[in-house]
Each structure stands twice: as structure tokens, then as C-alpha cells.
Design a protein around this ligand. Structure first.
Ligand SMILES: Cc1cc2nc3c(=O)[nH]c(=O)nc-3n(C[C@H](O)[C@H](O)[C@H](O)COP(=O)(O)OP(=O)(O)OC[C@H]3O[C@@H](n4cnc5c(N)ncnc54)[C@H](O)[C@@H]3O)c2cc1C
Length: 391
């Protein structure tokens, strides 16, 4: 790692051991899993064994109690190896475990966190719906009060790990009149009657990541399945996404780093006009631009991580890091293919997978447009996200 401003010895060790683990356990499987479009459950178990699922969760609940910088370093290493594996880490750790740890009752934490952190159980985060993406408060899934519980019905779309999860965090509307103040979040065991899911095929990238369309048909859950209270649903979703965006950004630094590494190796080996192509200034320019983006993205991630570790507000800094790191991952992967010439277009090298996998990161956990609007709103005090009401 060429930039390590302010890393402690322990954090450096975490980064080194994460890289070794990823080179040993993830890299050798990545291409085959991608080709087969296979969700690697065994690998998810190994990620749990080594403590990478729920790394920032407190040790008393089965996590490793890492700080956010340490967690970011782990995610960066996994992202460099394979974004499909990184998706397991990000969803399980930031969206699912993070929400349960922050919002759950003691009973909910004891029931789910140790199993999720160890990888024995998997979780998914079911917010998006067929008609509700960026406008996340506008959910159609309904939760209706019953005697001693709730009945949940609706459809969820694009849910990572929705076919393989044991528990789903389901966001639903309890009272449409109350708009986002009526939203609630439920811990729904996927074995419950009424939960069914279908795999979404034909993705550009993240082919070894499971993505599901979920149908919720009058699922009965007790009152104790609610995370937080009625009305907390939107806050739970936003605090989860704040952690998730940090994780996606860190994973994208890993993609940028992998692009630099693969491009330097290739450019110093491959000869044209009797010299290594690295001798050409235009090839060096491609590599230099990747390095600048990687280092800038990494520093933005670390800034957000430092703020989180200090318990200070970090929503805007996380948006900035997510926007810049995800767009940089796409740029770096595209440039890395250019360095590799025709060889970059096939999966003998990781760079074409980097590009296909990076592409989704500017779409999920807030599209790049949504992040620009968050940053712009903070700077100007004007909300440009929702159109003005018709006069
Ligand atoms: C592989 C994959 C995995 C995913 N995993 C999960 C998951 O685990 N859980 C989950 O809940 N969701 C998940 N998602 C869903 C993801 O978060 C949404 O796709 C994302 O929020 C965008 O919503 P949308 O696709 O409905 O696009 P839309 O919201 O319909 O956006 C379409 C376009 O319109 C633009 N747009 C929308 N509103 C505005 C605005 N106000 N101003 C300017 N432009 C705007 C967007 O930027 C975009 O360019 C996943 C998606 C994918 C593809």
C-alpha cells in the first residue's frame, strides 16, 4: 500500500493479513464463480470464519470490534479480489448487522448477530421495490397490524442475497398517510410462509453475487420482529445506507488498486516496437491517472472512516467518498482494459471483470446523481432532489 497516512501498526497488519487471505482464498475462485454465475456459499462461510462478516460489530455479539478504518481496509482488500465476495461483506456487515446492532433490542441482537457474524446465517436488506428505487420513502409494501403482530405483503426488487439469506430486513409502510413517518423495518426469517424469491439473471457484472426479486405474501411476524419502532423505518434505512456506502466506496478503492497492479504488471511485461509498452508515455499516462484516482478515493474513504470512528457526522463525507470512489473504479477499470489491449477484453486478466463489477456501484446505495444532489443540497441549502410542487 503506497499511501498509509496515519495508519497504526495494527491497522497496517489488518490490511496485510486481509490481502493475504484474499489472495489465498478469493482470487483463485473469482473467475470460475463469475463464469458460472455462482454464489459461493462456502466462500461466504470462510469470510465469516476469518471475522470479515460483521468486523465492526462489538465482540460481545460475535464481531471483531474493528474501527471503521480497519473495516475499510478489509473491504478494500476483498474488493480488489472480487466484488461479488465484497457484496457479501458489505450487505451482511454494514446493512444487516449494522442495523441490528444500532437499532435492535438486546434479544434481537443475541438472536441474530453471532450467527450472522460467523457466517452461519446470511442476511439481506430489502428496501428497493419494482416501483421504488431512488425515492426510497415511497414504499408500496404494506405492514398491517394483526393480533400480536403484523402481516406484510409486497414485492422487493434487486435484493442482494435475497435467495440465500436466512433473515431479511424488510422495510414496509404501516400507514401511507404518514408517508416516511409510517415506515417500519422487520426482521423476517426467510423460512416464514409467504416469503418467496427468484434469481435475477443476465446481469452485466456481479455475476457471482446473488440478486433476487422477492415476493412477500401476507407474511405473519410477531411484534418482536420489528426493528426499532413504527416510524423508525426510514431512519434505519438511511443509517444503514450511510454504513453501506462507506463499504461500497472502500471496495471500489480495491478495484482501483487491482487495476493499477494488473496494469503495471502487464505494461512492464508486454512488448511492442521491441520495448515494454510501459515505455510509452501515453501508457504511463493511463497508469498515472489510475494511481491519482485510487489514492484520492482512498483518502476520501479514510476521511469518512475517521469521522465515523470519532462519532462525528459523516453523511456528506461518505457521499463524497462513495461518489468519487465508484466513478473512479469505473474509470480505472476502463483504462486498465486499454492498457491490456485485446487481452483486457477477455477474462484471462481480472480487468474486464473489474469493469463489469464496478458499473453497478454508481447505481446502488444511491446513484451518482443522488449523491451529487445530497452534496449540492448541503452546500446550497436548496433541495433539488424532489421536483417543486406544481403551482
Ligand atoms: C446488482 C444490484 C444489487 C442491489 N442490491 C440491493 C439490495 O441489496 N437492497 C436494496 O434494497 N436494493 C438493492 N439494489 C437496488 C438499488 O439500490 C437501486 O437500483 C438504486 O437505488 C436505484 O433505483 P432504481 O434502479 O429504481 O433507479 P431509479 O431510481 O428509477 O433511477 C433511474 C435514473 O433516474 C435518476 N434519478 C432518480 N431520481 C432522481 C432525482 N431526484 N434527480 C436526478 N436523477 C434522478 C437516477 O440517478 C438514475 O439515473 C440493487 C441494485 C442492483 C442493480
Amino acid at each position: 500500500m503506497s499511501v498509509d497516512l496515519g495508519l497504526s501498526d495494527e491497522q497496517r497488519l489488518i490490511a496485510e493479513s486481509a490481502r493475504q487471505f484474499c489472495d489465498r482464498e478469493i482470487v483463485p475462485r473469482a473467475r470460475d464463480n463469475d463464469r458460472a454465475g455462482r454464489f459461493d456459499r462456502e466462500l461466504a462461510g470462510k469470510l465469516g470464519e476469518v471475522g470479515y462478516l460483521g468486523a465492526p460489530v462489538a465482540e460481545e455479539y460475535g464481531g471483531r470490534g474493528l474501527d471503521y478504518i480497519g473495516y475499510g481496509l478489509v473491504v478494500e482488500a476483498v474488493g480488489r479480489a472480487d466484488s461479488s465476495a465484497r457484496t457479501v461483506v458489505s450487505v451482511q456487515t454494514s446493512l444487516v448487522c449494522g442495523s441490528i446492532e444500532q437499532w435492535g433490542s438486546e434479544e434481537q441482537k443475541r438472536e441474530w448477530l453471532p450467527r450472522l457474524c460467523s457466517g452461519e446465517a446470511l442476511g439481506c436488506f430489502a428496501l428497493t421495490e419494482p416501483d421504488t428505487g431512488s425515492d426510497a420513502a415511497n414504499l408500496r409494501t404494506r405492514a398491517t397490524k394483526t393480533d400480536g403482530g403484523w402481516s406484510i405483503s409486497g414485492n422487493k426488487m434487486w435484493i442482494s442475497m435475497g435467495n440465500v439469506a436466512d433473515v431479511a430486513l424488510v422495510f414496509a409502510q404501516t400507514d401511507p398517510e404518514r408517508k416516511h413517518k409510517g415506515l417500519a423495518c422487520f426482521l423476517v426469517p426467510t423460512a416464514n410462509e409467504g416469503y418467496s424469491s427468484q434469481e435475477i439473471h443476465g446481469k452485466l457484472g456481479l455475476r457471482a453475487s446473488d440478486t433476487a426479486e422477492i415476493s412477500l405474501d401476507e407474511i405473519e411476524v410477531p411484534d418482536s420482529a420489528m426493528l426499532g419502532e413504527v416510524g423508525d423505518g426510514f431512519k434505519i434505512a438511511m443509517t444503514a445506507l450511510d454504513k453501506g456506502r462507506y463499504s461500497v466506496a472502500a471496495g471500489c478503492v480495491g478495484i482501483c488498486d487491482g487495476c493499477v497492479e494488473a496494469s503495471v504488471a502487464y505494461a512492464t511485461e508486454r512488448k511492442q516496437f521491441d520495448v515494454p509498452i510501459a515505455s510509452f508515455q501515453l501508457v504511463q499516462e493511463l497508469i498515472a491517472d489510475m494511481i491519482v484516482r485510487r489514492d484520492a478515493a482512498r483518502m476520501l474513504v479514510w476521511r469518512a472512516g475517521h469521522l465515523k470512528d470519532a462519532g462525528e457526522p459523516s453523511t456528506i463525507e461518505t457521499s463524497i467518498a462513495k461518489l468519487y470512489a465508484t466513478e473512479s473504479a469505473v474509470e480505472c477499470a476502463n483504462a486498465a482494459i486499454q492498457v491490456h489491449g485485446g487481452s483486457g477484453y477477455v477474462d484471462d486478466y481480472p480487468v474486464e471483470r473489474y469493469l463489469r463489477d464496478a458499473r453497478v456501484t454508481t447505481l446502488y446505495e444511491g446513484t451518482s446523481q443522488i449523491h451529487k444532489l445530497i452534496i449540492g443540497r448541503d452546500a446550497t441549502g436548496i433541495n433539488a432532489m424532489t421536483p417543486p410542487a406544481p403551482s
